[in-house]
Design a protein around this ligand. Structure first.
Ligand code: UDP
Length: 482
């Protein structure tokens, strides 16, 4: 069943609606992780620029800085993490805990906002997909909830776990072949659990699926995905930080089966940069150092805000970089190396060996780095924001996915769009060196040509009449129709 909105939406022009309904309120609730805060605040900015008033409910954990958004209203809520601090190693524990701890504070805050006469009438709530408890709260208050998916569209394939278990693919085992390619169906949107699998997704492999103990209903990831699937079905629609031309087959499949409307309106960072929602200070020396390098010569290395490595892996990466003889800009976030504060493991002549050729910072202005003429390649963990940012600047990638939807993004980059090299078998220094040479020398030009085509499509989709432009129009009209 597909809830077709278009005819109703098109009856009233956006402008007329805007005049009638100017000043309607939206409440947004970002997940307090860098890769989720950025797209939610970018989305809030996009919708603010279309005439909505924005209230941001946020946790104390990774609390936001209201001074960077004077045009929004901020409402902090208690998240209980001071009493029960989460494990920093396991993001899943944190997300599960937050989905429990925030229920009452979030509901109280929302009730207050809805009942306050001084506040704008609230049209709807927009929350991150991982905040699955918010659907029940919204239902109880009869408030429509839109879901922001800040990852790639095919991540939803993970919701096919009942099918994969039934076919014996999960739990993951070597005996069924981790490299086997599978086609899966998307139970997440469908009312039916009995449909045949569809072959519309890219060639995901069993190894691309996150490890979870699906036989154990207490497994954190299982609970998160299960909660997300159920809450998604009750929502009023999905917003994606992606664009039609990038994930067309998956989108077409979803459209054919979805019981709620879909709005791919990205890439968000092309409307508003992420720098104002950065939780860490971005080191400006990244740019002044790049200014001293030749065009397209530098490999930029960053693994996002959460990934961690053990010391052995880190040293292999370091020596792979050194042996490649390629200039590099490396973001080594404090905490990136498990058990170390920062660069202590880099002994034995590494810094001397790369002197003048390598620059290490704690956090970089990533969008500016990727847009810099000296940047020729990006070694990434394939976080969705990083992947989109790289595509939008036409920078080919080396992909070292660590968890969750990163494996799917890396598979797309290497096997579908063919704009990246995937490091599939660990992080041995010889493999790192080989991948860097492949990216920066032998296959780099072809990958760059392909990614420049995607960049062009990303530019076009935001222009008047483009796919994301139209999708945003539909979204604005849809919100006004609540
Ligand atoms: N980022 C940044 N500076 C850095 C590294 C990352 O500003 O040194 C930003 C990057 O531009 C992106 C976000 O942090 O917007 C990371 O999101 P992503 O989805 O790529 O990864 P996550 O941190 O969620 O694993």
């Amino acid at each position: 069943m597909f809830f077709n909105l278009k005819p109703r939406l098109m009856e009233v022009s956006t402008e007329t609606r805007m005049q009638q309904m100017a000043g309607r309120g939206l409440v947004v609730f970002p997940l307090p992780l860098q890769g989720h805060i950025n797209p939610m605040l970018q989305l809030a900015n996009i919708l603010h620029s279309r005439g909505f008033n924005i209230t941001v409910i946020h946790t104390q954990y990774n609390s936001l800085n209201p001074s960077k958004y004077p045009h929004f209203t901020f409402r902090p809520i208690s998240d209980g993490l001071l009493e029960t601090p989460p494990s920093t190693e396991r993001g899943r524990d944190l997300l599960t805990l937050l989905n429990v701890n925030c229920v009452a504070p979030f509901r109280d805050c929302l009730v207050q906002l809805l009942s306050s006469v001084s506040e704008e009438p609230i049209a709807c709530l927009i929350t991150d997909a991982i905040w699955h408890f918010t659907q029940a709260v919204a239902d109880g208050l009869k408030l429509p909830r839109l879901v922001l998916h800040s990852g790639n569209i095919s991540f939803l394939a993970f919701a096919a776990h009942p099918f994969l278990r039934e076919k014996g693919f999960l739990p993951k085992q070597e005996t069924i072949g981790l490299h086997r390619i599978i086609h899966i169906h998307l139970v997440i949107f469908s009312d039916s659990q009995t449909e045949e699998p569809v072959e519309a997704l890219p060639p995901l492999k069993i190894k691309d699926f996150p490890t979870m103990d699906i036989a154990n209903p207490e497994d954190d990831l299982y609970m998160l995905i299960d909660g997300m699937v159920k809450a998604n079905k009750g929502s009023s629609g999905f917003i994606w930080n992606s664009f039609e031309e990038l994930e067309q087959p998956a989108l077409a499949t979803l459209r054919g089966r979805s019981i709620v409307p879909l709005f791919p309106i990205g890439p968000f960072h092309k409307y508003f940069p992420a720098s104002s929602s950065s939780l860490l200070a971005q080191d400006p020396s990244s740019i002044s150092w790049l200014d001293t390098q030749s065009p397209k010569s530098v490999i930029y290395v960053s693994f996002g805000s959460l990934a961690t490595f053990d010391e052995t892996e880190f040293l292999e990466m370091a020596w792979g970089l050194a042996n490649s003889m390629q200039p590099f800009l490396w973001v080594v976030r404090p905490g990136l190396i498990r058990g170390s504060e920062w660069l202590e493991p880099l002994r034995n002549g590494f810094l001397e060996a790369v002197s003048g050729r390598g620059h290490i910072v704690k956090w970089a202005p990533q969008q500016e780095v990727l847009a810099h003429p000296a940047t020729g390649g990006f070694w990434t963990h394939s976080g969705w924001n990083s992947t989109l940012e790289s595509i939008c600047e036409g920078v080919p990638m080396i992909c070292s996915p660590r968890s969750n939807d990163q494996m799917v993004s890396a598979r797309y980059a290497s096997d579908v769009w063919r704009v990246g090299v995937q490091l599939e078998n660990g992080l041995e220094r010889v493999d790192v060196e080989r991948a860097i040479r492949k990216l920066m020398e032998s296959e780099g030009e072809e990958m760059r040509e392909r990614i420049m085509c995607l960049k062009e499509k990303a530019d076009l989709c935001l222009r008047e009449g483009g796919s994301s432009y139209q999708s945003l129009e539909s979204l604005v009209n849809y919100i006004f129709s609540f």
